[in-house]
Design a protein around this ligand. Structure first.
Ligand code: SF4
Length: 244
């Protein structure tokens, strides 16, 4: 699964001038999960991450190469939750190393979607997440009570890693939080869109799209993403994509 590797390289480039705090994953450090979404009212909130008018980006990238992801780790570029004083820019980026899943591409696609959905099963107490998949943004309202109780990006990151690692295909998970000003949040958001484009193109391929690249509406994506055309024409017999 190397389709997303160039986006991991781009992500590293966005962050190369920062010096992150890092923590290894430990299940003990996970924040309390309340099992369903919680409404944090504005009057109880200390601030919002990635609020309207602030930079915001959220995406997941997959690789099967340990050169790209090889640790269960939380990284933070910028202030931690208890150091933030008001609404701030926010990105949450997840890098996942998955096992070699090359034998049945349609199955691989299903597995990737299942893994991605893990993010919808994390409900940290006092940390209300609102995702806008169509805008590639994530907005989080943090309660004052959670701050008093000691919530941190370390504990939230560990909660996400625990959720991703429930899937046996996930070998390593690295969760990156960015809150510092000056990072290229617009670039990260554009990367989030490209990641979604890759995943959506996989869907279209497995639904049996015609194979004439010259008239295909996905040509721009496939020209840019190394391995996409090979994946399409490698599916099914005689260069014809498999249909369901
Ligand atoms: S490989 Fe060609 S036909 Fe297949 S999705 Fe990409 S551009 Fe379209």
């Amino acid at each position: 699964m190397e389709l997303y590797n160039s986006l991991i390289r781009d992500t590293r480039a966005f962050l190369e001038n920062g010096s992150p705090k890092t923590w290894d994953y430990s299940e003990r450090d996970c924040w309390k999960d309340i099992g369903s979404s919680e409404l944090v009212l504005q009057k109880d909130a200390a601030y919002e991450l990635g609020a309207s008018g602030k930079g915001s980006a959220n995406y997941v990238l997959f690789s099967s190469s340990p050169d790209f992801v090889n640790r269960d780790q939380v990284l933070l570029y910028g202030r931690d939750l208890r150091e933030i004083r008001g609404d701030t820019d926010f990105a949450r980026i997840v890098l996942l190393r998955v096992g070699v899943l090359d034998d049945d591409n349609e199955k691989v696609y299903r597995i990737l979607k299942d893994i991605e959905f893990a993010k919808y099963h994390v409900y940290p107490e006092g940390y209300m997440v609102r995702m806008s998949p169509e805008n590639y943004r994530e907005q989080v309202r943090v309660s004052r009570q959670a701050l008093r109780a000691g919530i941190s990006f370390r504990s939230i990151g560990c909660s996400y890693i625990r959720a991703y690692k429930k899937d046996v295909n996930v070998l390593n998970a690295t969760v990156i939080f960015v809150t510092a000003p000056g990072f290229d949040y617009a670039g990260m958001k554009a990367t989030a869109k490209k990641a979604a484009d890759i995943t959506n193109t996989l869907t279209t391929i497995f639904e049996g799209l015609p194979t004439d690249c010259s008239v295909c509406s996905l040509k721009n994506i496939c020209d840019e993403v190394e391995g996409m055309k090979e994946l399409h024409f490698g599916v099914g017999a005689s260069g014809t994509p498999k249909t369901r």
